[in-house]
Design a protein around this ligand. Structure first.
Ligand code: 2RA
Length: 337
């Protein structure tokens, strides 16, 4: 008789992936409440042999629930996560609404589980799921940070359509067909062609010339590691890939670190797999990572632009819907049991 779970945003790509992950990890729930907007209320899902009817998300939706997984956008989280927490539900929020809120743990279970120490299902509280590009980067960089202490991190991301939602994935597919058929491309989600193209991440621009996605990387890394004096910069790009992000990362360390030491630390880190086959020029691709739990790391090499052993470059791929969102959220829920 495990916890009663509510999933807010059940019809989205992440909500649906959460169900898959609950099954894959044999999560011991006693019941599931599937919540969405009024538009989706009444829709039926069969899950693990039982039929569920989607209910409209209201202030009353969380009574009697022990854990609420939110992935319905920031405004829904802002309005209902505190209501769910007040009803005694422990909230795992995949939106950015509370990530930088003092007192709300921002957690990657393999990295900083201690941040949510003492929190239990049914005892209220909110735990924030970091942004997907932050999770994917830090799964690779944290074992190296622990070994030689990162001083500066430069990240270039190649972000999949799934990060912009189901509709963006559908638009990418539709535009690809249209281009191949010589048809004019349909543009609903982005104001320019996505297929066979790439562009600066679609999140809002901020006043320093960085977009919100890049600033999430900077701010969330510091909160997750609990260190504010790390120099971080990034450029986030949307690329025509379906569901796995790729990231090129340059690191400067306080201390020496060799390629061998880095690979050993990566091999030992849970949730990381290595694809680093120089002889065959074989390194991680988004299709290696798609639908997989692990984050894939390769191109691990000494940064030749420095005259010392305090720099490394690497290349990382991780599934945005899974480890970037749904899997990380369910792993946080497991820590509440
Ligand atoms: C993106 N990080 O990929 C966002 C998704 N939450 O656009």
């Amino acid at each position: 008789n495990g916890p009663k779970i509510a999933i807010a945003g059940i019809t989205g790509a992440v909500g649906q992936e959460m169900l898959k992950v609950l099954t894959e990890r044999n999560f011991p729930y006693s019941d599931i409440k599937m919540l969405a907007s009024a538009r989706s209320a009444g829709r039926k899902y069969t899950f693990e042999g039982a039929e569920y009817t989607v209910e409209e998300l209201t202030e009353k939706s969380f009574e009697g629930c022990d854990i609420a997984l939110f992935s319905a956008g920031g405004s829904i989280s802002k309005k209902y996560a505190p209501v769910a927490a007040a009803a005694g539900c422990t909230v795992v929020d995949n939106s950015s609404a509370f990530r930088m809120t003092e007192g709300v743990p921002l957690v990657v279970p393999e990295i900083n589980p201690q941040a949510m120490e003492g929190m239990k299902a049914g005892k209220g509280g909110i735990i924030a799921n970091p942004n997907c590009s932050t999770i994917i980067a830090l799964m690779a960089v944290t074992p190296l940070h622990r070994l030689a202490k990162v001083k500066r991190m430069v990240v270039s991301t190649y972000q999949a359509a799934s990060g912009a939602g189901q509709a963006a994935m559908e638009e990418l597919e539709q535009q690809t067909r249209e281009v191949l058929e010589g048809q004019p491309v349909t543009m609903n989600i982005f104001p320019f062609q996505y297929a066979f193209n790439l562009f600066s991440h679609n999140s809002p621009m901020t006043d320093n010339g960085y977009n919100e996605e890049e600033m999430k990387l900077v701010k969330e890394t510091r909160k997750i590691w609990g260190e504010t004096d790390i120099a971080i910069t990034g450029t986030c790009i949307r690329v025509p890939v379906m569901r796995a992000h790729a990231e090129s990362i340059n690191l400067e360390f306080e201390n020496d670190i060799s390629e061998e030491e880095a690979l050993k630390a990566l091999e030992a880190f849970p949730g990381v797999s290595i694809i680093n086959d120089r002889a065959n020029n074989r390194f991680p691709t988004p299709l290696d990572a798609s639908t997989k739990d692990d984050v894939y790391v390769g191109r691990v090499r000494r940064d030749i632009s420095r005259g010392d052993n305090k720099g490394l470059d690497l290349f990382v791929c991780g599934d945005q819907i899974k480890k970037g969102a749904a899997l990380n959220a369910v792993q946080i829920a497991e820590l509440l049991l």
